[in-house]
Ligand binder design. Sequence first.
Ligand SMILES: Nc1ncnc2c1ncn2[C@@H]1O[C@H](COP(=O)(O)OP(=O)(O)OP(=O)(O)O)[C@@H](O)[C@H]1O
Ligand SMILES: [Mg+2]
Length: 238
Amino acid sequence: MIELRGVGHVYSPRTPWARRALEGIDIDVGVGQGLLIVGANGSGKSTLAWILAGLTVPTEGTASLSGQPLDRAGPKVAVSFQHARLQLFRSTVGSDVAWGRGVEEADVDPALMAVGLDPGEVRNRRIDELSGGQQRRVALAGLLARRPELLVLDEPFAGLDHEGRETLVGVLGRVRANGLAVVVVSHDYEDAEEFADRVVALEGGRIAMDVGVREGMARLTERDAPPAPPAARRKARQ
Ligand SMILES: Nc1ncnc2c1ncn2[C@@H]1O[C@H](COP(=O)(O)OP(=O)(O)OP(=O)(O)O)[C@@H](O)[C@H]1O
Ligand SMILES: [Mg+2]
């Protein structure tokens, strides 16, 4: 479905401020696939998310959805940014979810339920009365109501508590089961096997790892494990 071939990106090319963010990226995302993209700060994750969402046209290579350039994919791709409030335009929850081309009033309640919100309770509430985590869910409901084929989420877990995170992980699992492809960009790979089947790690704008989710989580956990104390110190403490 989604094909990135030899994708590279340089910000402000041909200027003294030119800065390379990505190089030589080949990625495929199939129908209903779940892809987690991890990497350190500045490794190129958001740049890649913007390219997948069709918002940034890469300066090198090709990015396409079913053979069509991604930047012309329109409503087939939905993207959620870290700061959900920036994505909510209307004053009430119901009017915000219903906002958008091709979305009907009847789509609102199912979309709210899909993100674990009770329509009767939240439909008429003001966006400003909701917590950040609830606003994030409303933004996601609005995206789902537009029935995209690919959902791109940049740091969707930031600022969520344990319950908010569990709900979102459950939502992602369910939308994938309905055939939607999901790309999650995050530092954090906890529970990744519940919403992803593949993990791509970026390092300095290049792909350092592209493996199945189980192997990816095992390798990331090993990488991040604290070093074992030296044997001598262990002995001294006994
Ligand atoms: N608009 C921009 N203009 C110039 N350089 C940029 C711009 N946006 C990002 N960069 C640079 O591109 C590189 C990749 O940035 P990007 O935001 O994609 O990283 P990231 O992995 O999302 O980082 P973080 O974890 O901090 O969100 C960085 O070196 C960054 O400084
Ligand atoms: Mg980022």
